[in-house]
Design a protein around this ligand. Structure first.
Ligand SMILES: Cc1cc2nc3c(=O)[nH]c(=O)nc-3n(C[C@H](O)[C@H](O)[C@H](O)COP(=O)(O)OP(=O)(O)OC[C@H]3O[C@@H](n4cnc5c(N)ncnc54)[C@H](O)[C@@H]3O)c2cc1C
Length: 452
């Protein structure tokens, strides 16, 4: 397979190809801990669709697997290399091709960083809502391939809701176009939706047409502190039942708040067991009044007066995961349950942590029923890592029992494959395998990931 790099250089003029072992090492895995990652034969950095198509066709001739990589910020091992593969990095496909305010549409290459797109469209008074916590580093191609969520999904939906059309290279090197520029379009099967969330297993996305919205008003934040996490969960469902339309609705539990306070004190009241953080970016006064009323059980409610104070209150949520990471190794879960089951999920996670005597920080997109219970354990402690995975599995099993899903937004990757099997059932698995076989008959695109 040493020849793959040479073959790529010969077949694809101008393509950057790396095969230095030390350099390739940094392209082997994403941000998920404890998952296998193979040794690539080459890393290629195409700049346009033609180079991607030629690189894929060359790898296919060699029978080399192809692992597409955006920023590698994934949390499920989906971008982890497999032995002898070509890692196809989109980092040089980072051009915003057009932003059209009348069509409210941006056309972009897949390696554009999410935050760069948000800033570029904001200059034209527009808004690209999908906002994963990693938005300063992750790519829009990776977002589409994982159907990424974020904090504002509770009002604006997920990445897939904004993908109007795609260009993609198939496993044989041919170029496919799906969807288009039109708002409507029902010609044939919805191949755009099929590729969204396919985690690099069906095609390489080379261009995206992304819907935009008019920029909303600057948001205002409201923070409520509760005596128990379950009370905070109940407040979240009350907010949504109240008719308010929050643009963010999140929960942070006591373990996570303690980690934040020890690191960057924000003045959280002692004894606070959980915090609800909500924002409104429309009909502020009415929304804030409804949200405050729904948080009647809180020990304290703070409503920001302006954008600066709003941003300060949001800090706690932004610090949640990095604060837990400071405590040790972390195993971040990503389960989602129907909203009426949110309190049961929170109480269940607390009970599992207590039974297993493990630290689990709980925070997440409560308004979507999507929480990120994060198991924290000492670095380099193999026994603790084994017990962390056990707790992680018990939490996933709980979510399934509550009628939820094994992954709300991070995807299946390597991490959740065995769980996918349990969630889907045989007819759905058979259908997914048939789709994969039809699009990638030689199993070259990200083999061993995302499907059960
Ligand atoms: C601190 C932190 C916070 C996070 N917060 C969130 C969050 O709020 N919501 C959320 O959903 N996720 C979150 N994530 C997870 C991660 O950032 C997302 O899954 C993101 O969409 C991955 O984008 P990426 O460019 O890093 O893709 P990568 O990790 O490089 O790849 C992810 C998958 O997409 C595939 N892929 C990438 N580009 C393409 C392409 N052009 N064509 C086909 N397949 C492709 C890869 O093969 C892989 O299967 C977070 C991660 C971190 C580290």
């Amino acid at each position: 397979m040493a020849d793959l790099a040479a073959a790529l250089r010969a077949a694809v003029p101008g393509l950057t190809v790396l095969d230095d072992a030390d350099v390739m090492d940094s392209y082997r895995r994403d941000q998920a801990p404890g998952l296998p990652a193979g040794l690539p034969a080459a890393v290629a950095m195409p700049e346009d669709t033609a180079q991607v198509a030629a690189a894929v066709a060359t790898a296919a001739e060699y029978g080399a697997p192809i692992v597409v990589r955006g920023a590698g910020s994934g949390l499920a091992g989906a971008a982890n290399a497999v032995d002898g593969c070509l890692v196809l990095s989109t980092q040089r496909m980072n051009r915003i091709l057009s932003v059209d305010p009348a069509e409210r549409l941006a056309t972009v290459q897949p390696g554009v960083i999410n935050a760069d797109l948000r800033r570029a469209v904001a200059e034209k008074g527009l808004f690209y809502p999908p906002d994963p916590g990693s938005y300063e580093m992750c790519t829009v191609g990776g977002n589409a391939a994982t159907n990424a969520g974020g904090m504002c999904c509770v009002k604006y939906g997920v990445t897939g809701d904004y993908v109007r059309g795609l260009e993609a290279v198939l496993a044989d090197g041919s170029v496919l176009r799906t969807g288009g520029r039109t708002v409507k379009g029902v010609a044939g099967y919805d191949l755009t939706s099929l590729l969204v969330g396919s985690e690099g297993t069906l095609a390489v996305i080379t261009e995206l047409s992304l819907a935009l919205r008019p920029a909303p008003a600057p948001p205002r934040t409201i923070v409520a502190q509760f005596g128990s996490a379950a009370a905070a969960g109940a407040a979240v469902t009350a907010v949504l039942a109240s008719g308010a339309e929050p643009s963010i609705l999140e929960i942070i539990d006591a373990t996570t708040l303690r980690a934040i306070e020890e690191w960057q004190p924000l003045g959280v009241e002692a004894g606070t067991a959980a915090m609800v953080i909500a924002q409104s970016d429309s009909s502020h006064e009415e929304d804030l009044r409804l949200i405050e009323a729904a948080c009647a059980g809180a020990s304290e409610v703070i409503v920001a007066d302006d954008a600066a104070e709003s941003e300060m209150l949001m800090q706690a949520r932004r610090l949640a995961y990095p604060a837990l990471e400071r405590l040790g190794a972390t195993l971040l879960d990503d389960v989602a349950v129907p909203l009426p089951k949110l309190v049961e999920l929170i109480e269940g996670v607390e009970a599992i942590a207590k039974d297993r005597d493990m630290t689990v920080g709980l925070f997440g997109h409560a308004g979507d029923g999507n929480m990120h219970p994060t198991v924290v354990y000492p670095h380099g402690d193999a026994d603790a890592e084994r017990r962390a995975f056990q707790v992680f599995d018990e939490i996933v099993a709980l979510a399934l029992r509550l009628g939820g899903t094994v992954t709300g937004e991070h995807g299946v990757g390597l991490l959740k494959r065995s769980w996918l099997e349990r969630e889907l059932g045989e007819p759905a698995r058979r259908t997914q395998r048939a789709i994969k076989a039809a699009l990638d008959p030689h199993d070259l695109l990200n083999p061993g990931k995302a499907i059960a």
